[in-house]
Design a protein around this ligand. Sequence first.
Ligand code: PAF
Length: 288
Amino acid sequence: MARYLELSMDIFRYKKDIRKKIESFKPGTTIGFVPTMGALHKGHLSLIECSVKQDDVTIVSIFVNPAQFNDKNDFKNYPKTLDTDLKVLSNAKCDIVFVPSENEMYDKPDHRIFDFGNLGKVMEGKYRPGHFSGVAKIVTRLFDVINPHKAYFGLKDFQQFAIIKKLTEDLKLPVNIIPCPTVRENDGLAMSSRNSLLSAEERKHAALIYSTLFQAKKDSRKYTVGNIKKNVSNTLNEDPYITVEYFEIVNASNLAPVQSWNEPSVKVGCIAAKVGNVRLIDNINFNS
Ligand code: PAF
């Protein structure tokens, strides 16, 4: 830890130590929590900024959670940039960082299986079996350690946000789940830790994902839901670098597929696509 001494925040590796610190806070101290898997970018920073503004203490966790990866290679290749992350967090006025090991987080086997109904069966739930159970395992474990008043999640992971809201409602966890808007690069690409895995050429092509979603939103007045879905997939699949895994237009409150623009719901178009070997997700709200 000595080399981190110049950083103006506390860094903890063990649950008992961070708990002790949290227990030392004055009664009434509000805690904002931003769980991350590291490889921090401006999207994470916007979540931290929200917490720094709203809460007395901001805690960020960095833990690449093996339980949520259904593909071993994806886990192995996930970007890891701890030293830079810590500097970024210190500059962002984060107060406390929790960087546990796998043994520390999963000291006892966790056989819980979470059922989120339809929310967990569609889109990411269908293409990444077990993913959301893995997310729920780590998020509940982290909440248990940190006991935050508020926890901040980015809307790029739209389905994850819906699942975490349901999880906290079902388990009656005393935490407020705060949504934060997607942060984009200048060309529209949603910020993601995985963007750093793209080659320069792939990176250029990746911008087509958002421009296609944006065009779909403009076209939604002219075409049916079915036609918009086909257009988005066809446009992207024509690009030699891109393969669409799914593009669904769903009701934002229950993630059920939307059949017609006339349905009285907020409609969100959610996409997963591979650019080269890098799997990216994004979404667009058709109503806002
Ligand atoms: O969104 C993420 O980075 C992860 O799914 C989370 C919420 C940190 C859980 O590992």
